[in-house]
Design a binder for this molecule. Structure first.
Ligand SMILES: Cc1cc2nc3c(=O)[nH]c(=O)nc-3n(C[C@H](O)[C@H](O)[C@H](O)COP(=O)(O)OP(=O)(O)OC[C@H]3O[C@@H](n4cnc5c(N)ncnc54)[C@H](O)[C@@H]3O)c2cc1C
Ligand code: SF4
Length: 336
């Protein structure tokens, strides 16, 4: 780990002033940033500890929840109103990491956690995300966990968050404050596909701080699931995950949301495919057709070819669980 300066501002204005320095990084729960510093992947000259900022509340009013950036993953997942009204979000968070990590990890930090591509964490390898222009070791290398959708010839990494997959499905908005004032970013515009700038994970500008995430309430209380497929049951990042939610009346789908994790550089949503479910009956034949459609353009990299069929079947399974009102139980992680 390199030497760095450390500040702990009391106000959002002071934090933004400190962060308006290309070599500064915010420290929230530290569960990703400190790891990256130990691996010598992140080398901030200034660490801005934001834990004193007033960003720790969960406010529910006018049919939406506003989640402060410093709300821990545990507090959010176990909040009684979140469990009752946004159960998909609670379930996705509980599918991630371990209880100890969720106690430390924050809402803002979870959005900004970096990819788990092995090469990204190994400074002795070529990686365009870590060092732009150096090449991508995963292309033609060990790529079992890598992207099957939206990848580029510069980077095939995936976004690792579980929480973000549910937030994408639930049409969240990310609120930020920065040197140029406040703005709200629709979730689908927050994370980026790699394109020719894989070092940029998201659309935040220099010095911007996430202050909260807002999520509207929708009629998805009964028919939802977060299905996570991973290599081991204790804790592991998703090979493929699916957040599925439907509004079903008399067996007919009035609205649907489907987002996939572990398949692309960002949570993957296909709104045209979702729309195609409207007016259809909630049955496997229909779910199979939508899964084919979502994965139509999927491309493997060799070792991860199996993820295409895995994702297709996961979409069907998730929609079946959601339709039946039998969401994946995150306490019992085996696949029922
Ligand atoms: C062993 C292990 C297993 C894990 N398994 C999973 C898993 O299965 N699923 C999953 O989703 N995650 C998993 N995680 C990742 C974990 O969820 C993230 O590390 C955590 O959510 C990051 O939150 P944090 O508050 O600790 O962020 P930090 O490490 O503090 O920060 C992460 C990044 O966000 C920036 N940042 C933080 N807050 C803000 C803000 N408000 N505004 C602007 N920038 C900010 C920091 O500067 C840094 O760049 C795992 C982590 C570990 C170590
Ligand atoms: S996939 Fe992306 S993160 Fe992984 S080595 Fe290639 S450029 Fe780096």
């Amino acid at each position: 780990m390199n030497r760095y300066d450390y500040v702990r501002p009391d106000t959002i204005a002071d934090a933004i002033a400190a962060l308006n320095n290309p070599d500064a990084r915010a420290l929230a729960g530290g569960t990703n940033l400190v790891d990256l510093m130990k691996y010598d992947v992140a080398q901030p000259a200034l660490v801005v500890d934001i834990n004193r900022l007033p960003l720790k509340s969960i406010d529910i009013s006018d049919g939406e929840v506003r989640i402060g950036a410093l709300v821990s993953n545990s507090e959010l997942a176990w909040h009684p109103e979140i469990r009752a009204r946004w159960p998909l979000l609670s379930s996705a968070i509980l599918a991630g990491a371990s209880p100890q990590l969720r106690n430390a990890a924050t809402t803002g930090g979870n959005l900004l956690q970096r990819t788990r591509c092995y090469y990204f964490y190994d400074p002795s390898t070529h990686c365009n995300k870590r060092q732009p222009g150096s090449g991508c070791s995963a292309i033609g290398g060990v790529n079992r966990i890598h992207a099957i959708l939206g990848a580029s010839d510069q980077c095939i990494a995936v976004h690792p968050s579980d929480m973000c997959v549910a937030m994408a499905a639930l049409d969240a908005t990310v609120n930020v404050d920065g040197p140029d004032g406040r703005r709200s970013i629709p979730f689908s515009d927050f994370h980026r596909l790699p394109g020719s700038e894989p070092d940029r994970d998201n659309t935040l500008k220099q010095g911007e701080l996430i202050t909260s995430v807002a999520i509207p309430e929708a009629d998805f209380g009964t028919h939802h699931t977060y299905l996570k497929l991973r290599d081991r049951l204790s804790y592991a990042f998703a090979l493929v995950s699916v957040a599925a939610a439907m509004d079903i009346e008399n067996g007919v789908i009035k609205g649907a949301r489907i987002a996939l994790g572990g398949v692309a550089h960002k949570p993957w949503r296909d709104v045209d495919a979702e729309r195609s479910l409207r007016g259809e009956t909630a049955e496997t034949r229909v779910f199979d057709a939508v899964a084919q459609r979502i994965l139509h353009d999927a491309r493997g990299q060799g070792e991860n070819d199996f993820k295409i069929d895995l994702a297709r079947r996961a979409v069907v399974r998730a929609l079946e669980q959601a339709a039946a009102g039998t969401p994946q139980d995150q306490a019992n992680k085996s696949i029922q």
